[in-house]
Design a protein around this ligand. Structure first.
Ligand SMILES: *[C@@H]1O[C@H](CO)[C@@H](O)[C@H](O)[C@H]1NC(C)=O
Ligand SMILES: *[C@@H]1O[C@H](CO)[C@@H](O)[C@H](O)[C@H]1NC(C)=O
Ligand SMILES: *[C@@H]1O[C@H](CO)[C@@H](O)[C@H](O)[C@H]1NC(C)=O
Ligand SMILES: *[C@@H]1O[C@H](CO)[C@@H](O)[C@H](O)[C@H]1NC(C)=O
Ligand SMILES: *[C@@H]1O[C@H](CO)[C@@H](O)[C@H](O)[C@H]1NC(C)=O
Length: 609
């Protein structure tokens, strides 16, 4: 009898191995359905290491193992109906979560976890290319893992052994879908990124599309659909150029774009036969796209194809519902195995190690700046004055300037862990400084950085000011950012129905895009967002000198990333400095370690109850 008792214990324990053990249970919510088509896609982008899912937000609690099972369940269902499913990822898989960043070397665990998902088309983001090591990891690990699906239409790498410049992966591929026989030509682009390490070369999109291989590919008449994936906003000059080039060669062949980079949900209509989907960020969103009415290798479609998109909140409630499964039928050994590998990696990296506890939520965009709930006000008023202090320059008055893009995510009330440090600030750059800058000039820097956009960009477009703020803000149309909370009449009619029938809506994505306001799978109440400046500044003045006095000089301390803007701004102010004048400030530290230290010193006692 004993063995069977043991067995039942094992069986009972197994269902717990779906999503991460500490992730919250998803909340039931009214859902909009997926409309399956002849051809269907699942799309992730900008996952930034969040393969464990979100451990503090029920809407996004599913992990990469659950996603693998979701894709398998959809594929079974679609195969049964003779339809096709393709899986796409558009890059920025690295940097932004302890699961990737906390290991030495970085990514020790995530490459093997990620590659467990089948991919049909995949490309690189900009984050894979900041460091030589991470691009070489693409070349050595991810490209071979996806030998038939990784595309690099405008990206070359210096082979680490031969030193030769070679395409990171094939430029394009042509294939025929398994069930429907749809003939697809696919590309994988990267926007015109220019801050990469010097072992990679990004060919500007306007040049790449002139190259003979591309010109030949777009002239091929035996193509039913072009699929252009890219680490690029769907509303970007780069995608415009690709669209125009394909249309010049083929006036009606359908084109499906998949993009990202701005970290937003978005859907763009290019023309009646072409659409582009952007599927958010951080494993919050699984993008779903379907297309019907396409020609195939054996039949010519007479109609205009129809396109459909849905943004799936990445939680098990949604995944069970859309796949037609439940907790006892959805999960496979394979998916559970990936979930287990993720939780073992998190344990090995000690990501739950707690530095202190946040007394309240601190928001990047969900609270106005400045305000007591703004993460940027907290940095300016509490963190920088408390911690940015190089012993060699302690007594000097200083201006500490950071771009707001250096912060990646909100801080939730409660435990602030080792994982949180990387989530909030994954960037490796440290602080730099210029010493003894006349205050009467330096005091204008912050205004120039926040309001001087045009004068910087006139010097060179590479000084574009949007690079300083959070990426989410680049893609947001002015009219969507409210300075006042959105009102209830902004709710879609479906959410009004849901509310009228007594369902309590939780706050979340309420996306508006070119197809309307019904793209999100989960009906949420809206969240208001506020615009933040490009840069923030703390004035630290230990000896309380009168800064406006004659000849007063200050240290200008800034995060390394914004050095080009600081030097140019000072030049406008009549001060000629070069990179040679810049020194390292607190050389052992970076924003990540400073925040962690501040939290251990100031929030330690909040965890007691
Ligand atoms: C680069 O990667 C190699 C191999 O994974 C590792 O040994 C090395 O420590 C990494 N270097 C850095 C700076 O992370
Ligand atoms: C690339 O950058 C590294 C480190 O900054 C430098 O040592 C190397 O000489 C550079 N290589 C080329 C080809 O410019
Ligand atoms: C899950 O679905 C299966 C098959 O439809 C059904 O037999 C089973 O009762 C369901 N389980 C739960 C817990 O709902
Ligand atoms: C589970 O994962 C291990 C390595 O993490 C792998 O060797 C094994 O094949 C996996 N099993 C399944 C069923 O996927
Ligand atoms: C910040 O510096 C610390 C210590 O030098 C280093 O371990 C850590 O990796 C750096 N932060 C990031 C996000 O790389």
């Amino acid at each position: 009898m004993l063995p069977s008792v043991k067995l039942s214990v094992v069986l009972l324990a197994v269902p717990a191995l779906c999503k991460q053990p500490t992730a919250p249970e998803p909340l039931a919510a009214p859902l909009r359905e997926l409309e399956f088509g002849q051809l269907n896609f699942l799309h992730t982008t900008d996952t930034h290491g969040w393969h464990a899912g979100h451990l503090l937000e029920p809407s996004f609690g599913a992990d990469w193992g659950d996603y693998v099972d979701f894709a398998s369940r959809l594929r079974e269902k679609l195969d049964g109906d003779g339809k096709d499913l393709l899986i796409v990822d558009t890059g920025d898989r690295v940097e932004g979560n302890g699961l990737y960043d906390a290991s030495e070397p970085k990514g020790l665990f995530t490459f093997d976890i990620f590659r467990e998902q089948h991919m049909d088309i995949i490309c690189s983001g900009n984050h894979e290319l900041y460091k030589q090591n991470s691009s070489e990891n693409e070349y050595r690990i991810t490209v071979p893992a996806y030998a038939d699906s990784y595309l690099a239409s405008n990206l070359d790498i210096r082979d680490p052994t031969t030193g030769e410049l070679v395409p990171l992966a094939p430029r394009a591929k042509k294939f025929i879908t398994q069930n429907q026989g749809i003939r697809i030509t696919a590309f994988g682009f990267l926007y015109n990124f220019d801050r990469n390490a010097n072992n990679t070369v990004i060919r500007r999109v306007e040049h790449a599309i002139q190259e003979p291989w591309f010109q030949a590919a777009i002239r091929d008449r035996e193509v039913d659909l072009f699929v252009v994936i890219g680490h690029s906003a769907v509303r970007s000059a780069e995608f415009d150029m690709i669209f125009t080039a394909i249309r010049a060669a083929q006036p009606d062949t359908p084109i499906q774009f998949f993009g990202g980079h701005y970290h937003i949900r978005d859907y763009r209509r290019f023309d009646r036969n072409s659409y582009g989907l952007a599927s958010g960020r951080f494993m919050e969103t699984l993008g779903f796209q379907s297309i019907s009415g396409l020609s195939t290798k054996t039949s010519r479609s007479a109609s205009t194809p129809s396109f459909f998109r849905r943004y799936i909140d990445n939680n098990l409630y949604s995944l069970y519902h859309h796949s037609g499964h439940n907790a006892s039928t959805f999960h496979s050994d394979r998916g559970r195995n990936i979930t287990l590998a993720i939780s073992e990696a998190r344990a090995a990296l000690d990501l739950d190690q707690t530095f202190g506890c946040a007394p309240r939520d601190l928001w990047m965009a969900r609270a106005p700046y400045p305000s007591k709930d703004s993460i940027f006000s907290w940095l300016e008023e509490d963190v920088f004055p408390g911690i940015v202090n190089d012993p060699a320059r302690s007594d000097r008055p200083r201006l500490v300037i950071s771009n707001t893009g250096a912060i990646r995510f909100d801080i939730f009330k409660g435990a602030f862990t080792k994982d949180s440090t990387y989530i909030v600030c994954p960037f490796t750059s440290g602080f730099h400084y210029l010493k003894d800058v006349p205050y009467e000039k330096a005091k204008h820097l912050i205004n120039m950085l926040n309001r001087g956009g045009e004068i910087f960009e006139n010097v060179d477009p590479s000084y574009a000011m949007w690079k300083l703020g959070p990426p989410e803000q680049m893609g947001v149309k002015e009219d969507v950012i409210a300075t006042n909370p959105l009102q209830l009449h902004d709710l879609s009619s479906l959410s009004q129905v849901a509310m009228a029938s007594g369902v309590r809506l939780t706050p979340g994505y309420t996306t508006r895009d070119d197809a309307g306001d019904d793209g999100d799978d989960t009906i949420h109440s809206p969240i208001s967002f506020y615009r933040v400046p490009n840069c923030i500044q703390s004035t630290i003045n230990p000896s309380q000198v009168a800064l406006d006095g004659e000849g007063v000089v200050v240290d200008v301390v800034f995060n390394e990333f914004i050095e080009p803007w600081i030097l140019l701004a000072l030049k406008f102010l009549g001060l000629e400095y070069t990179d040679e004048d810049v020194g390292k400030y607190m050389p052992e530290d970076n924003l990540t370690t400073l925040i962690a230290r501040w939290v251990s010193e100031n929030w330690k006692d909040n965890c007691k109850d």
